[in-house]
Design a protein around this ligand. Structure first.
Ligand code: FMN
Length: 168
């Protein structure tokens, strides 16, 4: 932490808009405990390390699932396909039965995971870090699925997009 008195010349809206210019994929983080299933849409997913195999995502401290996710012994990070914007929308709405009529299964790590996805990283917790108004989760990948040539769902400037490869 720096003690320098930073001269911040932007507000939260401007910061959010600027961050939205970074195009991302969309993932749904899923876990299960004695209270049942939980799932949260995230676009903060990122690769961290190959050895050991680590990935990360950030969870807002306001999430109703945060406490349960911090205590989870395993979780899955499901990378959505381009036609799965409805799944992204559904797992971003608190207070609903997010898993109703969704094809899912229990993976080898014991975490629930979506069927029919672009890729899936099953993780055990590696670390949780303070990330301001978010908690940074770092997971150690213990199982992965990455098959097929279908395209991922993208998120850019607050809207869903599809990939249009640049011609060679
Ligand atoms: C495209 C998209 C990306 C999101 N990314 C994140 C994220 O990275 N971190 C986060 O905390 N919430 C993110 N959210 C919001 C959460 O999905 C939403 O607040 C959450 O599902 C509420 O879960 P709860 O039932 O645990 O409160 C995102 C929402 C959308 C639509």
């Amino acid at each position: 932490m720096s003690n320098i008195d930073l001269d911040i010349c932007f507000d939260a809206r401007e910061l959010r808009n600027a961050l939205g210019r970074f195009a991302t994929g969309i993932a749904v983080v899923m876990a299960q405990d004695e209270e049942g299933l939980l799932g949260v849409t995230v676009n903060s997913f990122s690769a961290v390390s190959l050895d050991p195999p680590l990935v990360s995502f950030c969870m807002a401290r306001t999430l109703s699932s945060l406490r349960r996710l911090e205590a989870a012994t395993s979780y899955s990070v499901n990378i959505l396909l381009e036609h799965q914007s409805e799944i992204s929308h559904r797992f971003s709405r608190p207070g609903t039965d997010k898993f109703a009529n969704i094809a899912w299964e229990i993976g080898p790590s014991g975490a629930p995971r979506l069927k029919h996805i672009h890729a899936c990283f099953e993780c055990v917790p590696y670390a949780h870090y303070d990330g301001g108004d978010h908690v940074i989760f770092v997971g150690r990948v213990v199982h992965l699925l990455a098959e097929g040539d279908d395209r991922p769902l993208l998120f850019y400037r607050g809207r869903y997009h599809r990939l249009h490869p640049t011609p060679p």
